[in-house]
Design a binder for this molecule. Structure first.
Ligand code: CU
Length: 121
């Protein structure tokens, strides 16, 4: 009897862990199937802040709703991209020749943080 209860408890716990794990993974990253994605700059963060793509060319449509001067520029340091984001107006940045790797994108002072993950090889 005690074994049955123990077994059921472990089974229930495993199911909860699996659900939480998938839910957490899903909420963190956005897998891009098309070659364009919209990223909101608001509430002191990029949303989504983790973008995964298998493309070598990707257009990111930044929509900055955060008036903080801190969010005015977005930098992709490794890709040599440094662009000004207008307030409340979409601004597209097209990245080309993307190679497999992880690329960080940040505001000027690095308070806003995002990551672009390219897996095209
Ligand atoms: Cu900043």
């Amino acid at each position: 009897m005690i074994n049955v209860i123990l077994f059921n408890s472990i089974a229930a716990l495993l199911i909860i862990l699996i659900i939480v794990w998938f839910w957490l993974i899903k909420s963190k990253s956005t897998q891009v199937q098309v070659d364009e994605i919209t990223v909101y700059v608001k509430d002191s963060a990029y949303s989504p802040n983790r973008i995964e793509t298998s493309h070598s060319k990707l257009t990111i449509n930044f929509i900055r709703e955060d008036a903080s001067p801190c969010s005015e520029y977005v930098l992709f340091e490794e890709l040599n991209v440094h662009e000004q984001l207008p307030l409340n107006k979409p601004h597209k940045i097209t990245l080309t020749n993307l190679k497999s790797g992880n690329y960080r994108f940040t505001c000027q002072m690095g308070m806003y943080q995002g990551e672009l993950i390219v897996t095209n090889q």
